[in-house]
Design a protein around this ligand. Structure first.
Ligand code: NAD
Length: 385
């Protein structure tokens, strides 16, 4: 009955979208046929995969195999982001990727994926997909909005404190058997009474502001073309300023906007020339928002006193990436948004997106980045000045 249903379906729609076929079969009261090829590209965890809550790794497959196979779909999971992925793309309908181990879904890859209908980001931030090319090909891109925003906000506060209080060299002394208080204290400050600003005050940026409020900073500032409501501003005591004002006034800057056409290399030599000398910068948004070499120069010259974050370009960061070796940094691999708590949330959210897609139900509007050839999220569409 499935073969007959599929033939009839294809003859009437010429589509091949398994969610529509699923609906069609439901209308015929037949069971859902096996149709969609779902490919997931996830980081390899090795021995760490024994932790069953580490859902987002290749070995634990986002916990989706049973769900997908029980519906008859084919589920292929890999960590390779190049050749193996390219081999699977021509007949893949749904591609699941994560920002932590980003498979770069370029225009070329989209061109070699004629059946691709849905890209799901298991996490937040879909810039690793060429969103313009996805729009052209009418591919839906969805992410699990909000799934790891608390995890990232906590990481940002941790890294701000690590920089301002000069934690990394202090810890370094301890494990090297040294003790030289002056050497650490000469570069250590309090966060209290400093001006702190966030570029982007969306879900993460706002949560950072909430967490910074009790530190009694001198001022909290934000720049964003989507301003907060006056109530939200009052609740955390933050002031809306231009990007120019923010970079010139802040002692600490945290970057919390998505990577898009207008934020790529936003922090470049011109900006580093204008920042307050001795500023600390924490970037957990995306590595490519910061000009790699201009940052190294700014840190080396002391214009930037310290830099931290967990995002790099490309990822994994090559062994010779200069940020690994520049002075006064507190960088980590990209893990702020993939705590075990976050993994549970984005695995569930990915399943929800897939269920909706296969059932032909709308994906939650807040999870949509692009759909029907248009941007659905305002966070990636910065208006011209
Ligand atoms: P969000 O959509 O809730 O907020 C983003 C905000 O940035 C929006 O208010 C948008 O208007 C603003 N924005 C866009 N361009 C801007 C610009 N040029 N200047 C100032 N503001 C600008 O998104 P979110 O959940 O807060 O996440 C933000 C970003 O953080 C994601 O896009 C992703 O790149 C990154 N992220 C990183 C991790 C991690 O593990 N390191 C995890 C989650 C998200």
């Amino acid at each position: 009955s499935f073969v007959r249903a599929k033939k009839t379906f294809l003859s009437v729609t010429h589509a091949g979208n398994s969610s529509l076929l699923h609906k069609f079969c439901q209308s015929l009261h037949t069971s859902t046929p096996s149709l969609a090829k779902v490919v997931a590209v996830l980081y390899e965890a090795g021995a760490a995969a024994k932790e069953p809550r580490l859902l987002g790794c290749k070995e634990n497959e986002l916990g989706l195999r049973k769900f997908l196979e029980s519906r008859g779909h084919k589920y292929i999971v890999m960590s390779d982001k190049e050749k193996l992925l390219d081999r699977e793309l021509p007949d893949t309908e749904v591609l699941i990727t994560t920002p932590f181990h980003p498979a770069y879904v370029t225009a070329d890859r989209i061109a070699m994926s004629p059946k691709l209908k849905l890209c799901v980001t298991a996490g937040v931030g879909s810039d690793h997909v060429d969103l313009h090319a996805a729009n052209k090909a009418k591919i839906t891109v969805a992410e699990v909005t909000g799934s790891n925003v608390v995890s990232v906000a906590e990481h940002i506060v941790m890294q701000i404190l690590a920089l301002v209080r000069n934690f990394v060299p202090a810890y370094g002394q301890v494990i090297k058997g040294e003790w030289n208080v002056g050497d650490i204290a000469k570069d250590a400050f309090d966060l209290e009474n400093k001006v702190v600003g966030t570029v982007g005050a969306g879900r993460i940026g706002y949560r950072v502001l909430e967490r910074l409020k009790p530190f009694h900073c001198k001022e909290l500032l934000y720049s964003d073309y989507q301003p907060l409501t006056p109530e939200m501003e009052r609740a955390v005591g933050v002031k809306h300023v231009s990007f120019e004002e923010l970079i010139q006034r802040c002692d600490v800057i945290t970057i919390n906007c998505p990577l898009h056409d207008k934020t790529r290399n936003l922090f470049n030599k011109d900006v580093f020339d204008k920042v307050k000398t001795g500023v600390y910068i924490v970037n957990t948004a995306r590595g490519a928002i910061v000009d790699r070499d201009a940052l190294v120069e700014a840190v080396k010259s002391g214009k930037v006193r310290g830099y931290a974050g967990d995002v790099w370009y490309p990822q994994p960061a090559p062994k010779d990436h200069p940020w690994r070796y520049m002075p006064r940094h507190a960088m980590t691999p990209h893990y702020s948004g993939t705590t075990l708590d976050a993994q549970m949330r984005y695995a569930e959210g990915t399943k929800d997106i897939l269920e909706r897609y296969f059932d032909g139900r709308p994906i939650k509007p807040e999870d949509l980045i692009v759909q029907d050839g248009q941007f659905a999220s305002k966070a990636y569409v910065q208006p011209e000045k």
